[in-house]
Ligand binder design. Structure first.
Ligand code: 26Q
Length: 818
């Protein structure tokens, strides 16, 4: 009776308006007429959080009651993006909130724009973890995400004179209404010191003891993750490092106040800042501390909850399924062994059985140099007990391998958890494979190449352990939130089933030959481009032509992703326009976005190249109406939500065999962009789904690349064979595109002509061919709209709901139809 009315009122415009005014008084503490937009955002965030919390309580109660199996998703990164509009969408209160805002004379989107983005990730891997949290909750999988609460997330990027400049990301500066400290969950994590053994007086067995040098406190902060319209809420638990309270005691004991404060500061640096990939020597030790810190906190938390529910520790693997998002948390395998043997006093064999049954390992890379390795001295000094455990795992493992592959010493050396080529190293991928029940890649090709190449020895030893789960992205954020007008159109013709069953988008295929509908489709696409144009006008003071083709490449800047191939192609167009060869080119807007790791000099030069090309074609009267090139700074989740819906052409041009999956390609596809791409990562599956006639394919295949690599690739041969490539490279070398500056790009030109690890020269001509084909079809707007519509219609496979179903079935053994 009354509670039902109250609950309903909670979600009405009136209920929201009243709650807003209440929070403005009690939480923000301002008369509403003095409030600014940030205050208004915060009041709104708090009332939305209240509504999420109500559902959270009921979810937790039902989990405890049914003693469910729980998935723990361990990830060093969770790239969530802004919460406010996403939480409203999932709760189903967006319309009410909009109405409430209207009545208060505010704009909901303006309030939402005040939210600082929680950028606790670098790119694909971190964003995948966030999409999976959304899907796990939507599918009602009991799940906890575990990670680090970085005080500074991914750096903010500025472009100055074409060069990337980094700034620190103070996302917590004005507080974070989306997190709740969970004081009952505080943990303690030890580091350093040495180990000791004693003999058990009765049994005579050796007992190991770790005598650490120092301990750090882990404080849990929980962010509730609401499912889509199902009243389910899962927990994202992020750990913050703090000094132990005992530091204060030491001040008395030592009388060394400044020293004690310094130790305290050192403890707190553990969760200070997110590391970018490609970080060299510097900071290695701290990065390892981060990994062990959050992994240990998380496993200790599971053990605590396990005991709280009075479950026997021997049944640990029945209760918890722990997924390792890459090797970053793979130290967890040694940590669980330490907890089970040293602390719970379980015998080695049983502990190993439990550990192996607990973990699953997801690999996200093929580049062998990107597999994580730790110098033994750093590792052993920080984690002296864990290195002993790893040696024992390794001793037993190598004994098995010697039995399995007699005499094959080279194989044993490759498979060892300890690398001995040069400086001794701990090989985390080997540990992860050996200590997990299942290992998966993130796209079909990637999983195949893992078996054939990167992890071949392990595949031959444990063939049944290997599987594939192709990545996916959540259509709630990447379609419904990103493009409300498209969502409305889809709802109009298909109903709403597609929200949680993306294959239902296939229903769109009924309209592929409906000229009226295709026209509607095109107009809507142009409006999307207009909205992005407005944003770019506001933020960068640049005007875009919404009738031009929006050709977009947004992703981390990396040589293997080949943003320079895209830039060289634009230079090719420039040359051909200047020579008069190209006359009726349809106007194009090339948009780039993405961050380069701060220490990755070459990637930073690639950004400079894009900006230089932009200036060149934007200033030349002959090209400025045909070509526009823009590098949009500080690419992020929220910027992605603005960009994907406006794209006509999706650039997925990595060297075949290098991109494990890619997930941006899926966001573009859902929003109706057509891809130009290589046979790499998820592109292959996208092309399979959409049909080859709806995908602009180019470039060498992975086997062809491997073959060229072996035979000795000579990039200069391609330069000499292709007149256009030669004109572009010569121009770049001679300063033709950079006001006579011959120095800036000299390293890039030299590398491409002499080394070219990523086959830019070899793929240039074929890329230009595919580009020109795309340009021609774009001029036939009906044909293009048809292709675009089919991309949306056939994107069902790439929902992260599908990925999570596969993890449940093949890896976690969780039954979804309870
Ligand atoms: C490692 C050591 C020290 C510091 C940082 C790192 C580090 C940090 C982040 C290493 C790797 C990453 C991120 C990797 C990543 O995002 N990989 C991408 O994962 C996506 C999701 O599976 C795939 O779609 C992409 O293909 C893959 O590149």
């Amino acid at each position: 009776g009354t509670t039902a009315i109250a609950a309903q009122d909670n979600r009405s415009a009136d209920g929201i308006r009243l709650a807003f005014l209440r929070h403005m008084r009690r939480t923000i503490g301002k008369p509403v007429e003095f409030s600014n937009t940030l205050d208004q955002y915060r009041a709104m965030a708090h009332l939305v959080r209240d509504r999420v919390m109500d559902d959270w309580i009921t979810t937790v109660e039902s989990y405890v009651q049914h003693n469910v199996r729980v998935v723990c998703y361990l990830s060093a990164e969770f790239l969530l993006g802004p919460h406010l509009l996403n939480a409203m969408l999932n709760l189903g209160i967006t319309d009410s909130a909009e109405k409430a805002c209207d009545e208060l004379h505010y704009s909901l989107t303006q309030l939402a724009d005040e939210e600082p983005e929680p950028g606790l990730g670098n790119g694909g891997l971190g964003r995948l973890a966030a999409c999976y949290m959304d899907s796990m909750t939507t599918l009602e999988v009991p799940a906890v995400g575990y990670g680090l609460r970085y005080e500074f997330g991914i750096f903010r990027q500025e472009i100055r004179d074409g060069w990337q400049v980094e700034h620190s990301d103070k996302w917590l500066e004005y507080g974070n209404p989306w997190e709740i400290p969970a004081s009952e969950a505080t943990q303690h994590v030890s580091f350093g010191g040495h180990t000791e053994t004693t003999k058990d007086e009765k049994t005579g067995e050796l007992i190991w003891k770790w005598v650490p040098a120092f301990t750090v406190k882990g404080v849990a902060y929980d962010t509730p993750i609401p499912g889509y319209r199902n009243k389910q809420v899962n927990r994202l638990r992020l750990w913050k490092a703090e000094a132990e309270d005992s530091f204060d005691l030491e001040i008395f004991n030592r009388g060394d106040y400044m020293g004690a404060v310094r130790d305290k500061m050192e403890s707190e640096t553990i969760s200070k800042v997110l590391y970018p990939p490609d970080e060299t020597e510097q900071g290695k030790r701290l990065r390892l501390m981060q990994q062990y810190f959050f992994t240990s906190c998380s496993l200790q938390d599971m053990v605590r909850l396990h005991k709280l529910q009075k479950l026997p520790i021997e049944k640990f693997a029945d209760k918890w399924s722990v997924q390792l998002n890459d090797t970053h948390p793979s130290i967890g395998i040694a940590e669980l062994m330490r907890i089970l043997t040293d602390e719970e006093e379980i015998g080695w064999d049983e502990a190993w059985t439990i550990t192996q049954a607990t973990f699953g390992y997801t690999n996200h890379t093929l580049l062998p140099e990107a597999l994580e390795k730790w110098p033994l001295p750093i590792f052993a000094s920080l984690l002296p007990r864990h290195i002993e455990i790893i040696y024992e795992i390794n001793r037993r493992f190598l004994k098995d391998m010697q039995a399995k592959f007699p005499g094959d010493t080279a194989r044993w050396a490759r498979m060892s958890l300890i690398g001995e080529d040069g400086e001794k190293q701990v090989r985390m991928a080997n540990l992860a494979v050996v200590g997990s029940k299942m290992v998966n890649g993130v796209a079909k090709l990637h999983s195949e190449l893992l078996k054939e190449d990167t992890l071949k020895d392990f595949y031959e030893a444990f063939p049944n352990r290997f599987t594939n789960v192709t990545n996916g992205v959540t259509p709630r954020r990447w379609l419904m939130l990103a493009d409300p007008p498209l969502t409305a159109l889809l709802n109009e013709v298909l109903g709403t089933a597609w929200h949680t069953d993306l294959y239902a988008l296939r229903g769109l295929e009924d309209y592929v030959d409906d000229a009226g509908f295709l026209d509607k489709w095109r107009k809507r696409q142009e409006e999307s481009k207009g909205r992005l144009g407005d944003f770019i006008k506001r933020s960068m003071d640049v005007s875009l032509n919404p009738a031009s083709m929006f050709d977009v490449q947004v992703k981390r800047i990396h040589e293997y992703k080949r943003q320079h191939l895209n830039a060289l192609h634009i230079l090719g167009l420039y040359c051909r326009i200047k020579s008069g060869e190209l006359k009726d080119l349809p106007p194009r807007t090339f948009l780039f976005g993405g961050k380069a790791a701060p220490s990755y000099t070459y990637a930073k030069l690639m950004i400079k190249l894009v900006c230089t090309v932009g200036e060149l074609v934007g200033k030349d009267p002959q090209t400025k109406d045909l070509l526009r090139v823009l590098f949009v700074p500080d690419y992020s989740v929220s910027l992605g939500q603005r960009i994907y819906p406006a794209a006509d052409l999706s650039e997925q041009i990595s060297t075949a065999g290098k991109e494990a999956s890619g997930t941006g390609c899926m966001k573009f596809m859902m929003n109706g962009a057509v891809a130009i791409g290589t046979l790499d990562g998820a592109n292959i599956e996208i092309r399979e789904e959409v049909g080859e006639e709806n995908f602009f394919l180019f470039g060498l295949t992975a086997p062809q690349i491997a073959e060229k690599q072996k035979a000795g690739y000579r990039p200069r041969d391609f330069y000499e064979k292709s007149p256009l490539l030669r004109e572009v490279m010569d121009g770049l070398r001679d300063g033709r595109f950079s006001n006579g500056d011959r120095d800036t790009f000299a390293p890039l030109v030299r590398d491409l002509l002499e080394v070219d690890r990523y086959f830019v020269m070899a793929d240039f001509d074929d890329y230009a061919r595919a580009q020109s084909e795309a340009g021609k079809i774009f001029c036939d707007s009906k044909k293009w709209s048809r292709m675009s519509l089919l991309n949306t219609a056939r994107s069902g496979k790439f929902s992260s709901d599908r990925s999570i179903r596969e993890y449940c079935q093949n890896i976690w053994k969780i039954n979804l139809d309870r």
